[in-house]
Structure formats: C-alpha cells, structure tokens
Design a protein around this ligand. Structure first.
Ligand code: NAD
Length: 477
C-alpha cells in the first residue's frame, strides 16, 4: 500500500466500521512544519455514536470468557508488529522522525503481559462458617484520552487493560497525532466484536464530551496537569473512576562517587530521549559540587555531538512534536537566559529546516525560582545545579508540585536506596531513569496524577472490586 492509500484508509472506528465524515483536519509534520496528512475530524455527534456502540457491546464483552478476551489482546499485540512498516509511515509524519512508531516495538510485550495476567480472586477468609473473596468486574465504558508524545503505546496500554477486565472503550487520541492510532483501529477492528473498541479523532471538545457523557463510567487520561485537573473535576461530578497520568519535573541526584562519563551518558539518554518529550525524562539535574564541572562538560560534549535536524540531514535529535510545545521550550530558555542562565551547550532553536527543532541544551547558572527549573519543559533542555549537602538536594527535588519519578546515582547502593526513598514521587530509581515496563506499576503523586498504570495495580484500575461473602448456613445459631 502506498503512503496516500495508507492515509486515505484511515477513519474513526465506530461499532466495528471505519467511518469517514465530511470534516477533515490537518496533521502537521513537525520536521518540516508543513501539512503531512489530512484526516477526518469527529464532532460530538460521532463521539456520541461511539459511546452508544461501546455501551451496547458491553454486556456481551463482559460475558465473554476471560480466556477469549485475553487471546484477542495477544493477537492485537502480535499484529502490531506485522504492520510496523505502515504504522511507522504514519507515525513518522505526525512525530517528524523516521522511526515515529518506535513505541510499537514494546506494544506486543504490553499485550502479552496483560494477556498472561488472569484476573486474580483474593480469598480473604475461607472456613466452615463463610467464604470471603474479592473479585474483579468491569467498570463499564471507558473513556481513554491520549497525548501526542507516545500516542500508540499509551492508547494501546489503556485498550489492553480495559478490554482484559471486560470493559468496552472509546479512545480519543491527541489532535496532533491521530494517524497511527487510527491505523491501530483499522488493524484491530476484526479481532473484536463490533463496538468493543472505538477510536475517534477529534479535538479537546470531543475529549470533554467523552468525559461528560453519562454512559462513560471511567476516564483514563494521560496528558497535561491542567487538562488532568479539568477532567478529574468533570468526572467527579458524576462520581466516575479516574486514572490520571500527568506531567512530571523529574529530578536526578548524582552523588560524588560515580564514574562521571558513564553516568553523563546515561543521564543524557534519559533526559533527551524523544527530544525530552517523555513524561518520565530527567528534567532537573542535581550534581555534587566536587564533580559538577566534569559532569557539565561531559554532558555538553554529548550534546554538542548530537544534531537536532531531520534524519535525512544527519539529525540524531527529533523535533518538538507540536508548534505550541516548540514555542514553549523557546520561551522557557529565553526566560532562563534573561535570569542569568548560561548555555554549556545549545540554547537555540534550529530554524533552517522549517520544522520544530531545538538544539540539545545544557544550562548552568540555574536555580529554583527560574521557570526552566520549576516547570516541566518537555523538550531537549536540561538545567544542571550543584549541591554540597545531599539533604538540601532532596529538599529541592521535593519542592515541586510534581511527583512523577526521581533518581539517585551512586556506587553506594545503600546510600542510593536511602536517598531515593526520600523522594516524593511515584517511581524512585537508583542508577536508572525513564523507563516503563508493563509489569511494574507506574504513576505520579501530587500534581503528577492519580492511580497507577501497569502491573496488577494497573489492571485493577480498570476493575470494580466486588467483595463477595458467602455464609454456609441461612440461620446462624
Ligand atoms: P494535553 O493535556 O494538552 O492533551 C492530552 C489529551 O487531552 C489530548 O487528546 C487533548 O485533546 C485532550 N484534552 C485536553 N483538554 C481536555 C479536556 N478538558 N477534557 C478532555 N480532553 C482534553 O497534553 P499533551 O500536550 O498532549 O501531552 C503532554 C503532557 O502529557 C505532558 O505534560 C506530559 O508529561 C504528559 N504525559 C504524561 C505521561 C504519564 O504517564 N504520566 C505520559 C505521557 C505524557
């Protein structure tokens, strides 16, 4: 299939059919700033059709034997890789890099993990008098809303967990990156009964309608803190379950005993992965003063060898995915310079390709109180700060409304574990950062979110826990 045919085959997935309405919107290729594709744009009427279809499919899917549901999920995961080329072609347009669908490589692993995790029954008590157990039941129609940074992985994870428990789902991808997610709908539609999985491409208004619809019983949202708060508030009005995976401002703390070049490379990889557009990227770096200069120059050396440009021009750093995000990164860096920050590497937007590239940037002379330290940059910029007392570094790391992840780097594992345990965040690493694993719970504290994805906790997020108590006799003596 050629690229245009691939694009033209896309549409909303509603009740097992690919639906194309008359309204279209432009998807911008961030490596050029030009329109890369046009796709159908759902309105609230189409969204309502999708929710009705999911609601109608709910009893049948909930009653489908668990093994059949899990087999379908396994097949969906495996199929993703069979169509990697076509998926990648679309994801490359919306993400502006030739491996836009790199996330697809881990989708089969996420599917297999869910498919190989039978829903447990917790037996609390079992004796002659009574049996007490807790079982997992579906919540209902799940409203799933995804961001633009890892659209297909984030949507796939929500879909697998929701369907495994017997829920049906309506997914709304980001309007910046709908292409590869719509393709997943096309690839997966015949593996499920009509209405079990629905995908509608639309803007924030469609997201709001999905959250507010009385027939959606849970909202699974990944995105910004601002939208997460609005969604939690709207969902709360109808007492809906909410899973919110929001932004972060992850701190990494480097103790004085590390091998500086090796740790610099690891931290660079964790901070600049996908151009820094990863919720769990390192976003603030605290380095012990005795190795601070060496660490800054090691990071700057790596940054200077990394080129923000289209791959065809030898680029090794991807662009910002959206124009608003590009403008935001420029604004934060300009604000940092205006307040005395110095660039050890980078510091500028790359304008010659027309897209949203920004140089990999290492900033010094930065401190709490500056926006680049206090806010989530979600781009290829790392502020690096020295510390002399590790407790002061922990206090600064924790002085944030965010609390997604954090890390400590040291060869003294006991000290690393002691310091990491003090970090106020959902995931605390020693000698690692920026990773998701389908078996390991992931989520934030404070403004970084509510609930956990992945692991048993992640599956339970999509389940109503019913306590069943069976007494052995009708009459107690
Ligand atoms: P965003 O909040 O602007 O948009 C995310 C999605 O929400 C989009 O589909 C959008 O259309 C929809 N939306 C926006 N407002 C809405 C509303 N009021 N009601 C319903 N839907 C609404 O976020 P973004 O810019 O796409 O994503 C970047 C953010 O996502 C960053 O802050 C990043 O850290 C975060 N993120 C978090 C995780 C995590 O697991 N914690 C993972 C990836 C991204």
């Amino acid at each position: 299939m050629g690229l245009q045919e691939n694009i033209d085959s896309l549409g909303h997935l509603i009740n097992g059919e690919i639906v194309r309405n008359d309204e279209f919107f432009d998807v911008i290729d961030p490596s050029t700033g030009q329109v890369g594709a046009r796709v159908p744009l759902a309105d609230v009427d189409l969204l309502n059709r999708a929710v009705e279809a999911a609601d109608a499919a709910l009893p049948g899917w909930a009653a489908t034997p668990e093994e059949e549901r899990r087999a379908a999920i396994k097949k969906m995961g495996a199929t993703t890789m069979e169509f990697l080329g076509e998926l990648n072609e679309l994801a490359s347009i919306e993400k502006g890099n030739p491996m836009g669908a790199g996330e697809a490589f881990v989708i089969p692993g996420f599917a297999d993990h869910v498919a190989d995790s039978p829903l447990p029954i917790d037996v609390i008590e079992e004796n002659e008098k009574r049996v007490v157990r807790v079982v997992r039941k579906p919540i209902g129609v799940i409203a799933a809303i995804s961001p633009w940074n890892a659209p297909i992985l984030i949507s796939a994870e929500k879909i697998f967990c929701a369907l495994a428990v017997g829920n049906t789902i309506v997914v709304k991808p980001s309007p910046f990156t709908p292409l590869a997610t719509l393709k997943l709908g096309l690839l997966w539609k015949d593996m499920l009964p009509p209405g079990v999985l629905n995908i509608v491409a639309g803007g924030d208004d469609v997201g709001r309608a999905l959250v507010a619809h009385p027939k959606t019983r849970m909202v699974s949202f990944t995105g910004s803190v601002a939208a997460g708060k609005a969604i939690a508030e709207a969902a709360g009005r109808q007492m809906k379950n909410v899973l919110c995976e929001l932004g972060g401002n992850d701190a990494a703390i480097v103790l004085p005993d590390v091998d500086v070049p090796a740790v610099a490379q690891e931290i660079f990889n964790s901070a600049f992965l996908m151009g820094g557009q990863v919720c769990a990227a390192v976003k603030r770096l605290y380095v012990h003063e005795t190795i601070y200069d060496d660490m800054v120059s090691a990071l700057a050396g790596i940054a200077n060898a990394t080129k923000a440009a289209p791959a065809a021009e030898g680029g090794t750093l991807v662009p910002l995915v959206t124009k608003p995000q590009y403008e935001r990164v420029k604004e934060l860096v300009e604000d940092a310079f205006a307040n005395g920050a110095k660039a050890a590497a980078g510091g500028n937007a790359v304008t010659e390709y027309g897209g949203y590239f920004f140089e990999p940037t290492i900033l010094t002379n930065v401190a709490p109180g500056m926006r680049i330290v206090d806010e989530e940059q979600f781009g290829p910029v790392l502020p690096v700060m020295p510390f002399s007392d590790v407790q002061a570094a922990v206090a600064e790391a924790n002085a944030s409304e965010y609390g997604l992840c954090g890390s400590v780097w040291t060869n003294d594992l006991d000290e690393g574990a002691r310091v990491a345990a003090q970090l106020e965040c959902g995931t605390a690493w020693v000698n690692h950062h920026a990773d998701v694993d389908p078996a390991i719970p992931f989520g934030g504290v404070k403004d970084s979110g509510i609930g956990r994805s992945n692991g048993q906790q992640g599956l339970d997020a999509y389940a109503e826990l019913q306590t069943q108590i069976v007494y052995a006799t009708t009459a107690r003596k």
